[in-house]
Design a protein around this ligand. Structure first.
Ligand code: GLN
Length: 274
């Protein structure tokens, strides 16, 4: 019994040490040693960010159904966030590994150390800041309303009150629309934005509230849908990192350099045609 307990304790201690340095249970493709090195190097303040020697792998948690920020091209995850993350990791000397999961799981993955950072068109909000740290922002976005062409149910943002509205679970769209529940709005929550859009096409919801760029690509891919000319929340995207991690300062430094070099603009323009 005692033996089992101390083995367990050792396991827990090893795990919490690994959490401190790397996070237990990183994805299968990177060994613990790899992640551990990545994180412990990230945590040592005296390393130069210009040093591009491979320091290990950083795991990015995302939800890869959010074109043009992250989406599948064949079996590869591509997009603005992936390319910015790649550029940051390049500058800091890390190899990037992208882990796809529900949007709703990203903050937990980052908090628990399962992922080193989260990047998913994630809006900076005060509530999220209680749970994780954000880097500086890298782009602006706006929440928009998608409806069926010629829809009478929802013609502007005011009409969302009392309507049946589809959102992606745990997103800012979900948060805004949930505030309207008191006014009789029914909120239908889906794991993927695409599922909310499908429900709209099928007439199961009157409208979908989602970020503008993914909205454009959903509308382009699904006939009979349109975006209302009534955007209603401006937001800014940033990368989330575990509270107190020194990785945040390093990411900010790299992000600042990439902005100054015009690299961030270049990546955005590659995916979003003016
Ligand atoms: N910007 C929204 C949010 O942060 C949606 C992000 C997403 O669905 N990937 O909640």
């Amino acid at each position: 019994m005692k033996k089992v307990f101390s083995a367990l304790l050792a396991g827990v201690m090893a795990c919490s040490m690994a959490v401190a340095f790397a996070g237990c249970g990183g994805s299968s493709s990177s060994s613990k040693a790899e992640s551990s090195e990545a994180k412990s190097t990230a945590d040592s303040a005296d390393k130069s960010t210009a040093d591009s020697a491979d320091k290990g792998t950083l795991h990015m948690a995302t939800n890869a159904f959010f074109e043009p920020y992250e989406y599948y091209d064949g079996d590869k995850i591509v997009g603005i966030d992936v390319e910015i993350a790649e550029a940051i990791c390049d500058k800091l000397g890390y190899t990037l590994k992208v882990d796809d999961m529900d949007f709703d799981s990203i903050i937990t993955a980052v908090q628990s150390g399962k992922a080193d950072f989260g990047m998913a068109g994630m809006t900076v909000t005060e509530e999220r800041k209680q749970a994780i740290d954000f880097t500086d922002t890298y782009t602006n976005a706006v929440q928009v309303i998608i409806v069926k062409e010629g829809s009478d149910a929802v013609k502007n943002a005011d009409d969302l009150a009392g309507a049946v509205v589809g959102v992606q679970m745990g997103t800012t769209g979900d948060i805004y629309v949930s505030d309207l529940e008191a006014e009789g709005t029914t909120v239908e929550r889906y794991n993927k934005g695409a599922d909310a859009v499908l429900a709209l096409s099928q007439g199961k919801v009157d409208a979908v509230v989602i970020d503008n760029e993914p909205a454009k690509s959903f509308v382009a891919q699904n006939e009979g849908l349109t975006i209302l000319n009534d955007p209603f929340e401006n937001e800014e995207y940033a990368i989330c990192i575990a509270k107190g991690s020194e990785l945040t300062a390093k990411f900010n430094e790299a992000l600042k350099a990439l902005k100054e070099e015009g690299k961030v603009d270049e990546i955005v323009k590659k995916y979003i045609k003016a």
